[in-house]
Design a protein around this ligand. Sequence first.
Ligand SMILES: Nc1ncnc2c1ncn2[C@@H]1O[C@H](COP(=O)(O)OP(=O)(O)OP(=O)(O)O)[C@@H](O)[C@H]1O
Ligand SMILES: [Mg+2]
Length: 345
Amino acid sequence: MISQDQILAALKEVKYPGFNRDIVSFGLVKDAHAHGVDIHVRLAVTTSDRTIPVALQETATARLRAIPGAGRVKVEVEVQAAPGAAASVTGPQEIEGVRNVIAVASGKGGVGKSTVAANLAIALRRAGSRVGLCDCDLYGPSIALMFGANERPTADDENRIIPIERYGVRLMSMGFLLEDDSPAVLRGPMVTRYTQQFLRQVAWGSLDYLILDLPPGTGDIQLTIVQTVALRGAVIVTTPQEVALIDARKAARMFAKTNVPVLGLVENMSYFQCPSDGVRYDLFGSGGGAREARRLGVPLLGEIPIEPPLREGADLGRPVAEFAPESTAGMAFAALAGALKKQCD
Ligand SMILES: Nc1ncnc2c1ncn2[C@@H]1O[C@H](COP(=O)(O)OP(=O)(O)OP(=O)(O)O)[C@@H](O)[C@H]1O
Ligand SMILES: [Mg+2]
């Protein structure tokens, strides 16, 4: 006899291709039972990548066969809806009123996603677009701090959260809603639910760009977003270091697997230009971003220098794109906004 617990334990070992998340916690298992020693499992996925159902079927079958005493194993994979199919109910959906939803992502943590997302949002707004910025990092929200915003948002008549506006950008962050470090306790399915509510229940109004600041890596939050929100594309942030580039490649692979176009790479902390003698120092190596962009076949959208005022501005809620647009970093963000606009048009 095989128990259902044994089956689920085996399926928990199966990760969704390109992600860290297992298929059980993501709710892809629709049915799992045994008749004596024979096992029958039904999975449902949302994808138009035909390799995914095949890969899931193969790995799940192998894991189930490895259960001691297992008899016949049957794994069915239902493909529910293709992303991009307008009529699909379960696939990625547009956010009403928003023309381009853009995810700012990275494989490695601390490479400057939030800094890039914040300053890019401001640079786009300064170039005449209507812009929103959503901090999707439930574990470590930082956008509230970077914009010096700490008021609590209110709700409209339809009970949607009204974003906080700063420097002309409409902002939403878990940091506005939580008192302390409580998001750290969120797990699996709860993260999925929060992320969805969070994106859907905000009265963004009409926007040209909604920038999503993602947490690092390829976890629950990223998976929820690529599966539920119709993204115009992703911008991947990296530093020129090899360790960051390897992770950038992983992030790019995750988006490719979920049919989200990678609009380009941004190399942050590209170089340091000494203010006294103007000499340029490539602290983390040089050319890494350009090389990786070529390898991935995507444009290098920008190179942002290391500038102490950039960090200070972030900590004080005074982003350089707003307060020092003529600085090297400020101009780099303006150029990045221009390059991204071109990619979207
Ligand atoms: N180009 C830069 N010059 C100087 N400081 C920078 C630069 N880019 C980022 N920083 C600083 O580095 C730190 C990390 O940046 P940030 O929080 O934007 O990274 P992140 O990728 O969003 O991190 P996480 O993965 O934790 O979300 C911050 O203190 C930020 O101010
Ligand atoms: Mg961040």
